[in-house]
Design a protein around this ligand. Structure first.
Ligand SMILES: NC(=O)c1ccc[n+]([C@@H]2O[C@H](COP(=O)([O-])OP(=O)(O)OC[C@H]3O[C@@H](n4cnc5c(N)ncnc54)[C@H](OP(=O)(O)O)[C@@H]3O)[C@@H](O)[C@H]2O)c1
Length: 280
């Protein structure tokens, strides 16, 4: 018997990974949801334990008896390298056999502003001596499909370079691929680039037009113009600056990672942009 544990199991990705493990035949009693907020975990259908990356005292009991751990990266920017390192240290102490970690596309060489914390976590795994599997997630397609109402209301998609390619994929596809690696001990030591077929923001606008029948155009703007639009929509200066830095990363091609890892792990083609828009 192997006991699987998934952190961040109350988050969007983590809860789909739990569901994928169950769908692939793992008994619910062999899956543990490790969560910061147990009240949010009542519908997961598996045992729940409290695990707060920022409170290492919660981690030994949470990880007791766990064989394979998925560490879903946290969402508190700036704190994550220390938080993830605490989980890795606790996993080592608890005798976890293998850790999967949800990193970022091309973490070891990406200039994306989110990459340094992921790179630091990858290095902490390397230093731990634990067998590990790197799951380098590209952008979620949901980053775009969730904005469908705004795109339709504004009639446009704004970006810094409409030709830059983004290897985005749905969370569900990523979760399926991740679950496959958790179930396969041969994934120890492997690095997977979980990228879908690349799309551009121009193609996003065209696909929205096709799927909805409402004309949505792509428009190139400068970083300064984008910042002004975001601040006009109510974002504070720091948040607007951060969002612009992410768009600069897209424009530079940091998310243009080509890999068939996702589709190989899924054993089928990735969900297309058009299908993701239809579902949204
Ligand atoms: N590839 C992309 O496009 C993209 C986009 C956004 C985020 N991400 C990264 O991918 C991760 C998973 O994505 P997601 O969509 O599932 O994000 P999400 O819905 O925000 O889920 C994040 C999960 O991390 C948990 N968490 C945060 N801080 C924690 C802590 N101190 N201790 C324990 N758990 C903690 C949250 O717990 P609570 O439920 O208690 O809040 C939540 O369950 C994100 O956390 C982020 O690192 C990637």
């Amino acid at each position: 018997m192997t006991t699987y544990a998934v952190t961040g199991a109350t988050g969007h990705l983590g809860r789909i990974v739990v569901a994928e493990l169950l769908a692939r035949g793992v008994p619910a009693t062999d899956v543990v949801a490790l969560v910061r907020t147990p009240e949010k975990a009542t519908d997961l259908g598996v045992p729940v334990r409290r695990a707060d990356y920022s409170d290492p005292t919660t981690l030994p009991a949470a990880l007791a008896g766990v064989d394979v751990l998925l560490l879903v990266s946290g969402n508190e920017l700036g704190k994550r390298a220390a938080q993830h390192t605490a989980v890795i240290e606790a996993a080592t102490a608890a005798g976890v056999r293998r850790v999967g970690y949800t990193s970022i596309a091309a973490a070891d060489r990406s200039a994306n502003p989110l990459a340094p914390e992921h790179k630091a976590t990858e290095e902490a795994l390397q230093a731990s001596g634990l067998p590990f599997t790197l799951l380098r997630d590209n952008w979620y397609l949901e980053n775009y499909t969730a904005q469908l109402p705004q795109y339709l209301a504004q009639g446009e998609v704004l970006g810094l370079d409409g030709t830059a390619r983004i290897g985005a994929a749905t969370r569900a596809d990523m979760a399926g691929a991740i679950a496959a690696t958790l179930l396969d001990d041969a994934a120890a030591g492997a690095t997977y680039e979980l990228s879908g077929p690349p799309v551009t923001l121009s193609e996003l606008a065209a696909a929205i037009t096709d799927v909805t029948g409402t004309k949505v155009a792509y428009r190139d703007v400068t970083a300064g113009e984008l910042s002004a639009v975001l601040r006009g929509a109510g974002l504070d200066d720091a948040t607007a600056g951060f969002v612009v830095s992410l768009e600069e990363s897209v424009a530079r091609g940091d998310l243009d990672v080509r890999s068939d890892d996702l589709e190989r792990l899924l054993g089928r083609p990735a969900t297309t942009l058009v299908d993701a828009l239809r579902a949204a």
